[in-house]
Design a protein around this ligand. Structure first.
Ligand SMILES: Cc1cc2nc3c(=O)[nH]c(=O)nc-3n(C[C@H](O)[C@H](O)[C@H](O)COP(=O)(O)OP(=O)(O)OC[C@H]3O[C@@H](n4cnc5c(N)ncnc54)[C@H](O)[C@@H]3O)c2cc1C
Length: 607
């Protein structure tokens, strides 16, 4: 049975040597970061392995139950949430005035990874809570901040994200929930579906952040407003008031993440509407929700990485123990552990290299987020904001798609024992599958990457990032270390593919939008592969220098260099294929007519 281990050494490497946590700790308000860094990582690891991991399997088996609107979470979740809150984990990045620790977002990289690696079903609660806190902190009134945030930090309440309705999934312009003004609040009515932790027994209150339309709101996304809709109204003195009309009408039976309830919420439908408080200005709700979604999208990217790493650890364990077959080299007679077979070794390396690249790219993106929030120099803030906006869909889309692939590879290492539930690897595969869907599917991330990030600024940010990558590749190619040089060559090929396809998409955006968007997902994945290669190139450069200096941790750095080399030859090489798919294949995506597809539907019916 799998037992999660926090990959602290690599986390420390990425934080300190790639994400620049020492520079982040110089930003105003973050000065204490380095003093607490090691203890935070160690305590988080201990919480993840000691409290959350033991509940992971049980939660999958037991799931949540719904009876007459009440939802019971799996055994141990309620107590674990209290411990989680009491230990201060909810408030890690929240400003001290609301009861938080005020630490940088960069610290969310490893901590989120540990919560999700040890128990993604549980970790979804804090993830959405974090988004709710951020939305209120950035867009709410002072009174709302005081009233709601401290309770979300202390664990008295949890936050949800109430966007989806039956007819409004990826397309939030279709939201129909209504908000009618009444004195200092609104009356909300509508139905929300798929709401994670929409109802549960882990905290006394639930604060739903709900999208709805005020009377006479414009059609589409410009007429959506954001409301706080609590399960229980909170009195001015902070005590719980009357129950609001927010009812859980049922929970879903799912493929994975069974530890958390996915709820259908009936809002204000039994009477005159439930009480809701407008956040910020009317009709700007989607803009505000994007603040929450950006944080949540980053976090879901890290979820993917986390579950992939758990699956990798598990498959590594199995590969070292399972004895089957002999070495392909002549003369070998004794059966050996499968980890010794080249193909199994390739599967392990594939996972390890991709996971390390995902970790590096996501923590580096989180560090830029801190610069956006705190750097005194406006030029730096602007530059990093553009980088973060470009990278969020990549971190979300690429890390999650890649994680599904890595978890599938981990399962393959188990052979038949991967396909049965007994070993637990099947759970990782089922659990990780949702990450490419919620918080915007990969298709929607790719739409965002091309439409809002590439085309809107005419490729300026993409070009700036590509230029940075080229600078590094040039340094790598000039290295005297043959492995580093080879990594530089691989990176150069990947960058050239990225530049050419960006140009291709930019050109087609002016003449044929179908063609420009036809391979948007392969383009997003290409960004991930190359940006991951950029970070692995940086890691290789550092590792080579440490090895040359006889660093006492040479074994770690030698492994890092070898893993980076594998990434260059096995992962970065995908860029050539993506380039061909995009440049040569985009025109072939929309060639069939609806009538030609109808032929297949008719055949299916008559068969
Ligand atoms: C377990 C779970 C938990 C969830 N938690 C929450 C939550 O807490 N809060 C919440 O509000 N929602 C939540 N959701 C909803 C989730 O965010 C949506 O399911 C998701 O955004 C996709 O919407 P949809 O299911 O309506 O799919 P659709 O929008 O119908 O999409 C179907 C397919 O079409 C593609 N597609 C749609 N539009 C486009 C387009 N314009 N261009 C290209 N491709 C497109 C999609 O990529 C997808 O492949 C959750 C869902 C699940 C399953």
């Amino acid at each position: 049975m799998s037992t999660y281990r926090a990959p602290l050494r690599d986390m420390q490497f990425v934080l300190r040597e790639l994400a620049g946590i020492e520079d982040i700790a110089k930003l105003p308000g973050y000065e204490d970061t380095l003093d607490v860094l090691d203890s935070i990582l160690e305590e988080a690891a201990s919480f993840a392995t000691g409290v959350l991991d033991p509940l992971n399997r049980v939660a999958d088996k037991e799931g949540c139950t719904w009876i007459d609107g009440k939802v019971t979470t799996p055994k141990g979740f309620k107590e674990a949430y209290k411990k989680f809150a009491d230990a201060g984990w909810i408030g890690l990045p929240v400003p001290p005035e609301y009861g938080g620790q005020g630490l940088p977002q960069t610290m969310l990289g490893p901590t989120l990874e540990m919560w999700n690696g040890s128990n993604i079903g549980f970790a979804n609660g804090p993830l959405l809570n974090q988004g709710a806190i951020e939305a209120i902190e950035l867009c709410g009134s002072d009174e709302q901040k005081k009233r709601w945030i401290p309770n979300l930090v202390s664990g008295k309440g949890t936050g949800t994200m109430g966007l989806t309705e039956p007819q409004a999934g990826s397309d939030l312009a279709q939201v129909r929930s209504k908000a009618v003004p009444e004195g200092d609040h609104y009356r909300i009515t509508g139905q929300k579906i798929f709401i994670t932790f929409g109802e549960h027994d882990m905290a006394e209150n639930i604060i739903h952040l709900v999208l709805a339309r005020v009377p006479d709101a414009p059609e589409g996304v410009k007429g959506i407003s954001l409301f706080i809709v609590p399960k229980f109204v909170v009195n001015e003195n902070g005590s719980l008031g009357e129950a609001n009309d927010v009812v859980c009408a049922g929970i879903e039976h799912k493929l994975g993440i069974n530890g958390n309830p996915t709820c259908t919420m009936s809002i204000g439908e039994s009477g005159k509407g439930s009480i809701g408080y407008l956040v910020g200005e009317a009709n700007r709700g989607l803009e505000y929700m994007f603040i929450m979604m950006n944080a949540a999208r980053f976090s879901v990217g890290v979820q993917g990485l986390a579950v992939a790493d758990r699956a990798y650890q598990h498959s590594l364990e199995y590969a070292m123990e399972r004895v089957q077959g002999r070495d392909v080299k002549p003369g070998s007679r004794a059966p050996q552990a499968i980890a010794a077979h080249p193909d199994v070794r390739r599967m392990l390396m594939w996972q390890k290299a991709n996971i390390e690249a995902m970790r590096a790219l996501s923590y580096v993106t989180a560090a830029s987020l801190d610069i956006v929030h705190k750097h005194p120099d406006e030029k730096m803030r602007k530059e990093h904001k553009a980088f973060v906006e470009l990278m969020i869909p990549v971190v979300k889309g690429w890390c999650t798609e890649n994680a599904v692939d890595c978890a599938s590879t981990a399962l393959q290492v188990f052979g038949g024992m991967g396909y049965v539930e007994e070993t637990g690897i099947a759970q990782q595969y089922r659990d990780v599958r949702i990450t490419t869907i919620y918080e915007g599917t990969t298709g929607i991330q790719a739409l965002d990457l091309i439409g809002r990030k590439l085309i809107r600024d005419m490729g300026a940010t993409a070009t700036a990032v590509i230029t940075k990558m080229q600078k590094l590749a040039k340094e790598l190619v000039e290295s005297e270390n043959a492995d580093v040089k080879a990594i530089g060559d691989g990176l150069n090929t990947g960058i050239a593919a990225l530049a050419e396809t960006s140009q291709f998409i930019g050109m087609n955006a002016m003449s044929d939008l179908h063609k420009a968007f036809a391979c948007s997902v392969p383009y997003l994945k290409l960004w991930g592969v190359v940006a991951g290669g950029w970070q692995m190139g940086r890691a290789a450069q550092i590792a080579a220098a440490k090895i040359a200096a006889n660093d006492p941790e040479s074994e770690f750095y030698k492994a890092k260099l070898a893993t980076s080399k594998f990434y260059a030859t096995h992962v970065l090489t995908q860029s050539a294929w993506y380039k061909r798919q995009i440049v040569d294949g985009s025109a072939d995506v929309m060639t069939l007519t609806d009538d030609q597809f109808e032929l297949d539907r008719k055949m299916a019916v008559t068969a």
